[in-house]
Write a protein that binds this ligand. Structure first.
Ligand code: ARG
Length: 280
């Protein structure tokens, strides 16, 4: 049968680039409070299982040839495993985080100290609330910036000034997708995957215009945080339950790398939440 659909790209066409990440072991992971709709303090959490799943994620990054450093987990900060929220790093500049909820406030200083210790000369403590790479996604030459639940819209201009990159502001409207990285994944400098219903109508238009070739996720994949994915330009590490999204990515020439982080989903996070990318 002849197909009228465009031929999918050969998988060899997508080029990975080696990445640098900062991760934090879930040694103290727990769900003791609820600051997003995924968190249910009344349900049990299996920390040993969370650790095993996290170890697999770290092993995958190693297998894919990426470098990562480890931030020491601190007792009393059960969400610290979601390292993406602690800072935004581009070209040697570190824009520190300022958390919306007091429960996570202590994480920001730990991140700033780590980056100073690692030799980053410019580590900036922000004025406005921003939850790091949960809401500030580096996409090629721009930063896609979410607001609506966590990051203060005024932090967008602050990020543009500190990071020296234009910022594209996007408004989130569905509390399940409280950080931009829960509903939009940067696949490479020119492509994203996203779930339109999580955005205000105006932001949907901005994204449609900017990324006409984007991978548009279905509700079922968004609902398992499938878009909380980490791409190196070829391999896309994503939640294993997001099978529809994995197929759509494969059709577009990406190589989906499913990972089971079901225990960390109890805190409202997936692979990307656990991964702070140190952008060159
Ligand atoms: N429990 C954490 C919170 O609600 C999860 C953070 C997930 N991180 C992310 N980058 N989306 O803050």
């Amino acid at each position: 049968m002849t197909s009228v659909l465009p031929r999918p790209l050969a998988t060899g066409d997508r080029r990975p680039t080696p990445r640098r990440y900062l991760l934090c072991r879930p040694d103290h992971f727990a769900v003791h409070y609820a600051i997003n709709p995924w968190m249910r303090p009344d349900l049990p959490v299996d920390r040993a299982r969370a650790l095993a799943q996290w170890e697999r994620l770290a092993a995958l990054y190693r297998e894919l040839g990426h470098r990562f450093d480890l931030l020491d987990p601190l007792p009393g900060l059960p969400d610290m495993v979601y390292a993406a929220n602690g800072a935004t790093v581009v070209g040697g500049t570190v824009l520190g985080a300022r958390f919306r909820h007091p429960e996570r406030a202590g994480e920001a200083a730990a991140h700033r100290a780590w980056f100073r210790g690692a030799g980053f000369a410019r580590v900036v403590e922000p004025e406005f609330v921003n939850e790091g790479e949960g809401d500030l996604l580096v996409a090629g030459d721009v930063v896609l910036a979410g607001s609506g639940f966590r990051t203060d819209p005024r932090a967008h201009a602050e990020a543009a000034r500190v990071l020296g990159r234009p910022v594209v502001s996007l408004e989130l409207v569905d509390p399940r997708f409280y950080h931009l990285d829960t509903t939009l994944a940067v696949l490479d400098d020119a492509t994203v995957a996203w779930y339109p219903d999580a955005f205000s109508p105006a932001s949907r238009e901005v994204l449609r215009h900017r990324y006409p070739d984007a991978v548009v996720a279905r509700a079922a994949d968004a609902a398992v945080l499938g878009l909380n994915a980490v791409s190196d330009g070829r391999h896309v590490v994503l939640p294993a339950a997001a099978t529809g999204l994995a197929a759509a990515l494969a059709e577009r020439g990406f190589v989906p790398v499913p990972v089971d982080l079901s225990e960390l989903l109890l805190g409202g996070g997936g692979p990307k939440c656990c991964t702070l990318e140190v952008h060159p």
